[in-house]
Each structure stands twice: as structure tokens, then as C-alpha cells.
Write a protein that binds this ligand. Structure first.
Ligand code: NSS
Length: 369
């Protein structure tokens, strides 16, 4: 029968250590359910990444994709378990939005039914900040969209975003939640998928090491470390994939980078009370050169400070009127984070490229199949 044909076999299953899955069937009866065409495009010979992406619908059947997508499915279950067991409610925000969360450069415009332009969401955050006043602490697992022009190993144009928003929580409390969630996921994946992780080239012991507290450095210290390593960066520069890679090679568990200057972080971050030139922002970077997996921070909760920041960033206060209202009525200290699911999987499963952390990757040059 051609490869990929579907057969129903009847017989006796016997344990056999030599068999790849530990059992062999001595077949007594065969029924052909489907005879495949002869020309299944994927064979044992080497295929380049473009060919496999073009045939992604069939490549999903490979052992590698099967392992990755199985663990991905379990990770999503574990995330829901972690949040709900801690009293978070699951909350959904719209995908069509009228304004930017993470800056205008990566917005995807969509022609709306009334002829106006709307955008695909970059993050649920602004809506989540409205919802916490009603629901308390909340989370979501939803797609986010970024028109990233950068062709790197860690950017998708559509990715799954695990986000949380927490009232009465400052940056300290926020980092505790993040390190506990990440450790919980690493511990459970390491224990449940020992064999599968090894097959993917990840030693489960690497993940068992991931326990709170995670190391912390400030943005300023990060710049000093980079300068000492000979990288040409100066205070105030954003950390790109290359800089993060160098930083991330110095740690073997995830670590926090705190207090980025306001010029390189979104308008919604609260300014540091002792140094208004930096924000109460914190990113979580994964080791082994992966870099940022979480972006997060304490939110600006003062009406006056927020409107000043919106103007400073040359944004239109009119588009953010409803968001400003949240600082007029019952504003509380609050914080939140966003974890890129595929970035996280890329790290824990030791994948070379983010595209393999999702079934049908959307990249700058690919939306087929
Ligand atoms: O832009 S982020 O750093 N932060 C936010 O969107 C906040 N508004 C989240 C929040 O506080 N609720 O993105 C968060 C994470 C980032 O750390 C990456 O892990 C992931 O989202 N991310 C991406 N993953 C894959 N591809 C692309 N293009 C991408 N952009 C961000």
C-alpha cells in the first residue's frame, strides 16, 4: 500500500521492547479504509524548510510536529488550570480595535464594513484594564497580530498571546505571578513529557531547574553588561533580538529586566516614582539566546500622568478617551503581562524557529496553506 494509506488491523498486541512504541501486533485481518495516491510529497529524503511549509497540511503528520502540537495543547490546558485555580476569570476582548496598544508601527489595517479603517488587536490590555474594575483578576489566551517587518526566528505576524491583568497589584506582585506561572509550566511539562522532550533534543533537567525566584537586572545593568561584552549600545537604545541573545546567553533560567526608559516603552506604563525618566516595566527573557518571552509592567493609574504621556508620545487623546475615563472613576494600582505562547514553546522545546511552535505559521512572506 502507498505510504499514508489507512488500514484497520485486527490481531494480538504483544509487548516487544524492540518496537518503537513498545508493542507489536501479530496481524490476523487487514481492512483497507483508504488507499492513498502514490505520490505523497514528503519522504525520508531531505526537504528544505520552504518545501515543508508549502506542504504544512501534510507535514503536520510528522513525528516532530505531532510532539510539538501535543505539548502545545497540554501547555494551554496547564495555563488555564493555573489561572483558574488562583481565582482568575477568563475574559475576552475584541479583535477589531480602533487604536494602538503597542505603537502604530506594527498595526494591521482592516477595511471595516462602514468604510472606515480599523486594526487587528496587538494586545487585549486596554480592554482588560476596563474589565478588572468589574471582574477582578482576569486572563485570556487569544490571537494577537503584529505587522512585523523583521524577518527573524522569533516573529510571527499572528501569534497566541497569554495575557493577565491584576488589580491591587504592583510590579513586585506582578513578577511573583510571572515566575510562578512559568515555573509551574516548566515543572509539569518536564514531568509529563520526559520522553518527548528528549526526542526533541531538550533535556527535561533544564526545565526542572526553573524555579522561583528568577534573577533580576535593571535595564541600566543590561546596557552595562552588553557594553562590557563589546556590543555598541548606549543607554536609551531598545534591546533587539541580537542584544537580548547576548544577555540571555549569560543565564540558564529565565530572568527579569526591569525599568526601561520611557522613550522605548508604551505610553501606558507608570513612571518610576523615584526616577520619572524610567518606567515600572519589566520583561522576562528566556535563556539560551531566546530573549523576551513576556512583556509586562505596572500601569499608569493617574489621569494627569497618563494624559501627559499620551501627548508626549504624540498619540491622539481622543482615541483614548474611554481609556482615560478608567483613571477618572475608581482607579487602582494595577499591573499585567503578556506571554507569547510560541516564544515560550520555542524555548522549552528547543526549536530553531518560532514557525514550528504553531500549526500553520503566519510569516511576513507566508499565509499559505
Ligand atoms: O508587546 S509586548 O511585549 N507586550 C504587550 O503586548 C503588552 N500589552 C502585554 C500585556 O501587558 N498585556 O508583547 C508581549 C509578548 C512578547 O514578550 C512576546 O513574547 C510576544 O508577546 N510577541 C510576539 N510573539 C511572536 N511574534 C511576534 N511578532 C510577537 N510580538 C510580541
Amino acid at each position: 500500500m502507498p505510504v499514508e494509506s489507512v488500514l484497520e488491523l485486527k490481531g494480538i498486541a504483544k509487548e516487544d521492547k524492540r518496537a518503537p512504541y513498545g508493542y507489536e501486533i501479530s496481524v490476523e485481518e487487514i481492512k483497507i479504509l483508504h488507499k492513498s495516491h502514490e505520490d505523497f510529497p514528503i519522504s525520508k529524503k531531505y526537504h528544505g524548510p520552504d518545501f515543508l511549509l508549502q506542504n504544512r497540511h501534510l507535514y503536520l503528520r510528522s513525528r516532530k510536529m505531532q510532539l510539538i502540537l501535543t505539548i502545545r495543547s497540554r501547555v494551554i490546558q496547564l495555563i488555564r488550570e493555573w489561572f483558574t485555580s488562583r481565582g482568575y476569570k477568563e475574559f475576552q476582548s475584541p479583535i477589531f480595535t480602533s487604536s494602538a496598544v503597542e505603537g502604530g508601527a506594527t498595526l494591521f489595517p482592516v477595511k471595516y464594513v462602514d468604510g472606515s479603517t480599523v486594526y487587528l488587536t496587538q494586545s487585549w490590555q486596554l480592554y482588560a484594564e476596563a474589565a478588572i474594575a468589574s471582574l477582578g483578576k482576569i486572563f485570556t489566551i487569544a490571537p494577537s497580530f503584529r505587522a512585523e517587518k523583521s524577518r527573524t526566528r522569533r516573529h510571527l505576524t499572528e501569534y497566541w498571546h497569554v495575557e493577565a491583568e491584576i488589580p491591587f497589584c504592583d510590579i513586585e506582585g506582578l513578577m511573583k505571578e510571572e515566575e510562578e506561572l512559568i515555573s509551574f509550566l516548566c515543572q509539569n511539562v518536564a514531568k509529563e513529557f520526559e520522553k518527548e522532550l528528549k526526542e526533541l533534543g531538550r533535556d527535561p533537567k533544564d526545565l526542572l531547574k526553573v524555579k522561583p525566584p528568577f534573577p533580576r537586572i535593571t535595564y541600566k545593568e543590561a546596557i552595562e553588561i552588553l557594553q562590557k561584552s563589546g556590543v555598541k549600545v548606549k543607554y536609551g537604545d531598545d534591546l533587539g533580538a541580537d542584544e537580548e541573545k547576548i544577555l540571555a546567553s549569560k543565564f540558564d533560567i529565565p530572568f527579569f529586566v526591569m525599568f526601561y526608559p520611557k522613550g522605548i516603552k508604551a505610553f501606558y506604563h507608570k513612571l518610576h516614582p523615584e526616577d520619572k525618566s524610567v518606567t515600572l516595566s519589566v520583561d522576562l527573557l528566556a535563556p539560551e539566546g531566546i530573549g523576551e518571552i513576556i512583556g509586562s509592567g505596572q500601569r499608569c493609574d493617574s489621569y494627569e500622568e497618563l494624559i501627559e504621556r499620551i501627548k508626549e508620545e504624540n498619540l491622539d487623546p481622543k482615541s483614548y478617551e474611554w481609556y482615560l475615563d478608567l483613571r477618572k472613576y475608581g482607579s487602582v494600582v494595577h499591573s499585567g503581562f503578556g506571554l507569547g505562547l510560541e516564544r515560550f514553546l520555542m524555548w522549552i522545546l528547543k526549536l530553531d524557529h518560532i514557525r514550528d511552535a504553531i500549526a500553520f505559521p503566519r510569516l511576513i512572506n507566508r499565509v499559505y496553506p
